[in-house]
Design a protein around this ligand. Structure first.
Ligand SMILES: [Fe+2]
Ligand SMILES: [Fe+2]
Length: 363
């Protein structure tokens, strides 16, 4: 079981997340040396140059002295999907505020834990990818992710609460880290988890009322747009040269990863009934889980839960699936599996391409 501590005295956050046996495991990944140090002269080299030029130091760049009141919502009511649901509108103003504050803290905690996963996958790609330019690029991503862990850890400390990692996110990143080839690590992280993150960061950037969080998210998002571009720029040509059976193996891995996510019931916007962290959000907000999920079901029946508030991006539809389609990982065989699993396939890359430019986007 995980633990979470709501600290109302504004002292240090409690980081205790109880260990389970999966927190320590071996990884069968190859270590790939290369002695061809010539730079590739292609898009991956451009990304490496951009990464060098765009390094930043949060000590200098972010207004850390901003006062954040952990009991007040960090995001605007109008952009929160729960505020559109009839059952939620019936709650008292203070209960709505408490819930929004805690559910935002839970989402920020997922950003923090996810960044640690990204740090480890980027380090893993650095030692397992055979190409020299890709190795150097992956090293810059490793530093980016270290900075992201640092800034989210500092921000969560300001709101003095860290919720446990959602089980589906842990499962997704563990499957990525336990995979047997670097291509899968890049699919799991650079295409799927970072597609999810880019959408969630974009939505946070557009909806937060906290200047510190807005600036922090903007800078993190700019780094993330490079990470998503790397997935495409490097893996696209690699996949194009693979044997059909290997492509199917990668496509199957991508499907399994997307399937975990699609059935997690949340991309930071909607609650999961089985997420211990989310149940703690309800407990800390004094909301009865049965009533809460009944309210969500009723809103779903009215079609409210399926629509994101205006301007928000849907990670799966706008970022992840188009990214997988673009590198040839939505093969006819796996398309059938997506269909059977009830996951609609989208391959319009416009939002993805706009976000790779490194700017916030309104869907
Ligand atoms: Fe990151
Ligand atoms: Fe990243």
């Amino acid at each position: 079981m995980s633990t979470v501590t709501a600290n109302t005295n504004n002292t240090k956050a409690d980081w205790k997340v109880t260990m389970n046996p999966d927190d320590l495991y071996k990884n069968p990944m190859n270590i790939a040396w290369t002695f061809d140090y010539m730079m590739s002269g292609d898009k991956v080299e451009d990304l490496y140059k951009r990464a060098k030029q765009n390094q930043w130091d949060s000590d200098e760049l972010l207004p850390w002295d901003t006062v954040v009141d952990p009991s007040k919502p960090l995001i605007n009511d109008r952009s929160d999907i729960y505020h559109q649901m009839p059952f939620f509108k019936k709650l008292s103003k203070s209960q709505q505020e408490t819930f929004t504050a805690h559910s935002t803290a839970q989402l920020l905690s997922q950003f923090l834990h996810g960044e640690q996963g990204a740090l480890m996958t980027a380090a893993c790609v650095t030692h397992s990818v055979p190409d020299a330019t890709a190795k150097l690029y992956a090293a810059t991503q490793t530093m980016d992710e270290a900075r992201h862990v640092e800034v989210y850890a500092r921000y969560c400390d300001k709101i003095a609460i860290v919720y446990p990692m959602s089980l589906w996110l842990k499962a997704l990143i563990d499957a990525t880290l336990k995979s047997d080839r670097y291509e899968k690590v890049m699919i799991g992280m650079n295409m799927i988890v970072e597609g999810l993150a880019l959408g969630a960061f974009n939505n946070m950037y557009r909806t937060t009322q906290c200047e510190l969080l807005k600036k922090l998210t903007f800078n993190v998002m700019r780094d993330e747009s490079r990470h998503v571009s790397f997935g495409h720029a490097y893996l696209g040509p690699v996949i194009a040269k693979l044997h059909r059976d290997e492509v199917e193996d990668l496509a199957e891995f991508a499907f399994q990863a997307v399937n975990i996510l699609a059935h997690a019931g949340t991309a930071g916007t909607l609650a999961s009934r089985v997420d211990p962290g989310f149940l703690q959000v309800l407990e800390n907000s004094n909301l009865d889980p049965q009533d809460f999920f009944k309210g969500i079901e009723a809103a779903e029946a009215d079609g409210i839960a399926q629509q994101l508030p205006p301007g928000q991006i849907h990670s799966l539809k706008d970022l992840m699936l188009p990214a997988l389609a673009r590198v040839g990982l939505l093969t006819p065989t796996v398309r059938k599996k997506y269909e059977e699993a009830g996951i609609p396939v989208f391959d319009d890359p416009r939002v993805l391409e706009a976000m790779e430019g490194g700017h916030p986007v309104a869907a």
